[in-house]
Design a binder for this molecule. Structure first.
Ligand SMILES: N[C@@H](CCC(=O)N[C@@H](CS)C(=O)NCC(=O)O)C(=O)O
Length: 305
């Protein structure tokens, strides 16, 4: 009787162990196969329509990897507009590659130059200047350079959060509604499908940590207007920020100001600039006329230069 019970218990234990092991194996296999399927599907979705990087090999040509052009303005990233304008200003060869795959720093834009990826527009400027034996703003005095750095940081680290908060979080639908169906290229459609919700989720965390979304809308508009008034006062009656010839700061400002003035959102600081800082509007026309004979072409989606 006793040994029968032992056998039963052993059989039972063996059975349980076998089921657990079997279950674990099935789970591992399911997760493994599921993960592989997910990876292949993810790659198929993210890489479809993407340029094969191994083809970006022309020596001494800057490949500018940017989010797709989706119409209205040349790019929705002010950092991309800054670089494209600056490449034209210093007259270096570049080719646009529209992509939704970010750099190793997980941002846009970035460049590939002689097979090397360089990310972050601030460092791209330095590296490109060095590569092509150019100096960044060679004619500026030390004092003007200080002003240039300070205004650039203001636009890139403060002003940007005011309008990015408006378009990515506060009036998200108004922003994405700007881009009509026919204005969305193949890549743009992909980005808009996967972009807005992901962007919104990431932005909620980022904008809270940065501090902008702790402020009231009125406080945010007032920060933007203070920055824009400072720019307008400094520009005064000059053609460009440092006189008759454009510099890097003009490219930075062009990149941000077209986001505020030319996207035609109901962002209150836009109306403030249109009414109180008319020289900034004229500055934008001047920059476009000087650097972008192809502006209309670039404002069509997925155009390649
Ligand atoms: N400091 C960077 C900023 C670039 C940047 O913020 N790019 C935005 C697009 S306008 C981006 O990729 N955002 C995604 C993210 O930060 O996760 C630069 O100068 O290039």
């Amino acid at each position: 009787m006793g040994s029968k019970m032992n056998n039963l218990t052993e059989d039972g234990t063996v059975g349980i162990v076998a089921s657990v092991v079997g279950g674990v194996v099935v789970c591992v296999l399911t997760v493994g196969i599921g993960y592989q399927l997910y990876r292949h599907l993810y790659r198929a979705i993210t890489l479809s329509g993407e340029t094969d990087r191994s083809t970006l090999t022309q020596p001494d040509l800057i490949y500018l990897l940017m989010l797709p052009r989706i119409g209205v303005i040349s790019n929705i990233s002010p950092f991309t507009v800054k670089l494209e304008t600056w490449f034209r200003l210093i007259d270096v060869p570049y080719r646009v590659v529209e992509t939704t795959l970010p750099s190793s720093k997980r941002q846009f834009p970035y460049i590939i130059l002689n097979g090397v990826e360089i990310a972050d527009s601030r460092f791209i400027v330095e590296r490109v200047a060095k590569h092509f034996n150019k100096k960044v703003d060679p004619n500026l005095s030390a004092e003007e350079r200080s002003v240039s750095v300070a205004f650039s940081r203001m636009l890139e680290e403060n002003t940007i959060y005011t309008y990015a908060w408006y378009r990515v979080l506060f009036q998200h639908a108004e922003y994405w509604g700007l881009f009509s169906e026919e204005n969305k290229g193949v890549l743009a459609k992909k980005m808009l499908k996967y972009g807005p919700t992901l962007m919104e989720r990431a932005a909620k965390v980022k904008f809270w940590q940065q501090g902008v979304s702790r402020l009231s809308p009125a406080e945010i508009y007032s920060l933007a207007e203070t920055d824009l008034k400072a720019l307008s006062d400094y520009l005064g009656t000059k053609d460009y920020f440092f006189g008759e010839e454009p510099t890097l700061l003009d490219c930075v400002a062009f990149g941000h100001l077209i986001q505020i003035l030319w996207l035609k959102l109901n962002f209150p600081p836009r109306f403030y600039v249109e009414n109180e800082c008319k020289n900034l509007s004229r500055f934008l026309d001047r920059m476009r006329d000087r650097f972008y004979p192809d502006w209309e072409q670039l404002c069509k989606p997925s155009s390649s230069s």
